[in-house]
Design a protein around this ligand. Structure first.
Ligand code: ZN
Ligand code: ZN
Length: 232
């Protein structure tokens, strides 16, 4: 479509749905993502094996081969991701997807064959109208020129991972939430996308399923990662 038309459409959309600061929610005058008072809680010192703080590395208990996230899941980012997931602010996929794609280019030398994502329960997706991890995967695909494939399936019967307290119940819930797809992933290096990396239980289980379909390696890319408290 004509470039001028796009710009016009963008301006019109901004007029009716102004962008809000991703972190504090303040209405922005232009098309940016952050207000002048906010700074992104960018991750540093992450273990590239598990995607957690180096001091609290969980590499020994995860089944994926690497993980990274651009943001800490702290107050502001938590609020922004909440609005992205539950309040229809789908345009944040462009912002988060870009941060995520930049990390892949800067940190990993792997040549990924395809991008896939952690699916949502069909019931929830019908109610929400979109799947946030799919939107992120599509954005990253656009930036990195790697195709997106829906490979994993979500079973109809499971509880929300967010409602599960403790690692054990999250591992158990993950194993009844997802099932492998039909696609042959023989010999492929996969980039698995999700919104938040918490205990690593979901990502680990999904990595196992992808490997059962033939994948040789699975790297996890999320928008944010939680800081793990010691002794919890
Ligand atoms: Zn702000
Ligand atoms: Zn680690």
């Amino acid at each position: 479509m004509h470039k001028g038309f796009h710009r016009w459409k963008e301006q019109l959309l901004l007029l009716f749905f102004p962008h809000k600061c991703f972190l504090c929610g303040k209405v922005l005058s232009g098309s940016g993502w952050l207000c002048e008072h906010c700074t992104l809680p960018q991750t540093e010192n992450l273990c590239l094996g598990c995607g957690k703080d180096r001091k609290n590395c969980i590499c020994s208990r995860v089944s994926y081969d690497g993980a990274w996230a651009p943001l800490w899941y702290t107050a502001g980012a938590r609020y922004g991701i909440h609005r992205f997931k539950y309040e229809g602010r789908t345009y944040y996929a462009a912002f988060l997807g870009e941060l995520m794609a930049q990390g892949v280019q800067a940190l990993w030398t792997e040549a990924f064959d395809c991008i896939t994502y952690v699916p949502m329960s069909p019931k929830k997706q019908r109610a929400r109208g979109y799947c946030q991890s799919e939107l992120l995967a599509k954005e990253i695909s656009r930036q990195l020129k790697i195709p997106v494939e829906k490979t994993l399936c979500h079973t109809a019967h499971s509880k929300s991972q967010m409602s599960q307290k403790g690692l054990e119940s999250r591992i158990k819930n993950a194993s009844c939430s997802f099932q492998r797809g039909e696609k042959d992933l023989q010999g492929l290096q996969i980039l698995l996308v999700d919104d938040v990396l918490t205990t690593g239980a979901t990502a680990s289980y999904c990595a196992e399923l992808l490997k059962a379909q033939g994948a040789v390696s699975v790297f996890v890319l999320t928008a944010a990662t939680t800081r793990i408290k010691q002794h919890s």
